[in-house]
Ligand binder design. Structure first.
Ligand code: MG
Length: 366
C-alpha cells in the first residue's frame, strides 16, 4: 500500500461552556488540524492534532499545518501501514515537533486498522475494558463556582475530576479546600497547576492539603522543581508537561518523582510514540491519565483506543474532549455515558470526518 495524497483541514472548536480556563490562560475556542491520507488501495485514514493554544507546550496550530506541508511530500509513496518505518522517516526529515507528526501517525493507524479490518485498539495490543473511565475538568474560578461545577458534573455521572489552579496561590489553597470539602469518598480529585507554581508556592499548597484525598498534577515548570515538591509531600503526584519522552519517564521512575503521568498523544508524537511510553509505564509500575492536548471526535477516538488497550490497573482516567466542544467534526466518535466512553468497534479509529463542517482543505499534496 502506498500514500497517494495528504490533505489538511483547519477547524475551530468553540468551547460549549464559553471558555476553558487553566493557570493564567483562558480560551473560547481551539484551532484544530485534521489530516486525511489517501492510499492507492482506496483506504483513507484520518488524524487530528489540536494544541491547547500556542502557550501551553512548544506547539501551535499553524505549526501543525506548516509541518505537514514540509513532511508531506516525502511521505507520498510510503506504506502507511509500516508505522515504525513511517515514524522513523518523519524523525529523519524533521527534528522534534511531535504535535505535527501526531496527526499523520494517527491517520496511518486508522489506515492500518482498516486494512486489517480491526479497531485500532486491537492493533495496540487488544482491549482490556468495555468502557474507559473519564474525568472532567473543573475550570479555574472562584471556590464556590468550582464547587458548583463539580456538583453539576457529578449530576452527569462523573466521579473523577481535575480542578484547574495556578493563577494565585492563596486563592488556590481556598479553592482546593472548598472542592475537597465537597468531594465524596467515591470520587477522585486532582489539582492541576499546569506548571504555574514556584516551588515555594507549591509547598504551601501541599502543606495546606496534607491528608486530603487529592492528587497534585505538574505543580511547577521544570522536572527538578516538581521533584523538590514531591520530596516534600505524601500526596500522590502526576507529572504531565515535563513527561515528553521515554527518557524522562525512566528518569522520573528512577527518582521516584511521580506515581502517574499524563500521556497526551500529540505531546508524545502520535499513537506510535504514545504506545511506547504506555508500555514503558506498565513495565515501571506507573499509572496513566491518557488524553491529548485537545481535539474533536477524531483525536478523542485515538485517546479511547489507546485507553481501551492499556492494561488493567494502569489506566487512571481519560478526557472526552469532544464533549467540551460546540461542534461535531466527525461521526462515530466515542459514545459517552455515566462518566465513561467507548470507542467505535468499526475498523481503524471508527470515525468518519464531516467535510461539510471541515470545509475545503487548506493543504492538498499528491
Ligand atoms: Mg495536566
Amino acid at each position: 500500500m502506498k500514500i497517494t495524497s495528504i490533505r489538511a483541514y483547519q477547524v475551530d472548536l468553540p468551547i460549549k461552556a464559553g471558555a476553558y480556563k487553566w493557570a493564567d490562560q483562558s480560551f473560547a475556542a481551539f484551532d484544530s488540524t485534521v489530516v486525511v491520507i489517501d492510499t492507492d488501495e482506496g483506504i483513507t485514514g484520518v488524524g487530528e492534532s489540536c494544541p491547547l493554544g500556542p502557550s501551553y507546550l512548544p506547539a501551535y496550530s499553524e505549526g501543525v499545518r506548516t509541518g505537514v506541508a514540509v513532511l508531506g511530500p516525502d511521505l507520498i509513496g510510503e506504506d502507511p501501514t509500516l508505522l515504525d518505518v513511517i515514524n522513523h522517516r518523519m524523525d529523519t526529515l524533521m527534528k522534534g515537533h511531535p504535535y505535527v507528526k501526531s496527526a499523520i501517525d494517527m491517520a496511518c493507524w486508522d489506515i492500518a486498522g482498516k486494512a486489517a479490518g480491526v479497531p485500532v485498539h486491537t492493533l495496540l495490543g487488544g482491549s482490556f475494558r468495555d468502557e474507559v473511565r473519564l474525568f472532567r475538568v473543573i475550570n479555574r474560578g472562584a471556590p464556590e463556582e468550582m464547587v458548583a461545577e463539580l456538583q453539576q458534573l457529578r449530576g452527569e455521572g462523573y466521579v473523577q475530576f481535575q480542578m484547574k489552579v495556578g493563577d494565585d496561590v492563596d486563592l488556590d489553597i481556598q479553592r482546593i479546600a472548598a472542592v475537597c470539602d465537597e468531594l465524596l469518598p467515591t470520587e477522585t480529585l486532582a489539582a492541576d497547576a499546569n506548571t504555574s507554581w514556584k516551588s515555594h508556592e507549591a509547598m504551601r499548597v501541599v502543606n495546606s492539603a496534607a491528608g486530603r484525598p487529592l492528587y497534585i498534577e505538574q505543580p511547577c515548570l521544570s522536572y527538578e522543581e516538581c521533584l523538590r515538591v514531591r520530596r516534600h509531600t505524601d500526596l500522590p503526584m502526576i507529572l504531565d508537561e515535563s513527561m515528553t519522552s521515554p527518557d524522562v519517564v525512566i528518569r522520573g521512575a528512577a527518582d521516584g518523582a511521580m506515581d502517574l503521568i499524563n500521556l497526551k498523544i500529540n505531546k508524545a508524537g502520535g499513537l506510535t510514540r504514545s504506545r511506547q511510553i504506555r508500555d514503558l509505564c506498565v513495565q515501571l509500575g506507573i499509572g496513566m491519565t491518557i488524553e491529548d492536548t485537545w481535539g474533536g471526535e477524531i483525536a478523542t477516538s485515538a485517546i479511547a483506543h489507546l485507553a481501551h488497550s492499556t492494561p488493567t490497573g494502569f489506566h487512571f482516567q481519560s478526557s472526552p474532549f469532544h464533549e467540551y466542544n460546540d461542534v461535531t467534526i466527525a461521526e462515530g466518535g466515542p459514545m459517552v455515558a455515566d462518566g465513561h466512553m467507548r470507542a467505535s468497534d468499526g475498523p481503524g479509529l471508527g470515525v468518519t470526518p464531516d467535510f461539510g463542517v471541515l470545509g475545503d482543505p487548506v493543504l492538498a499534496l499528491n
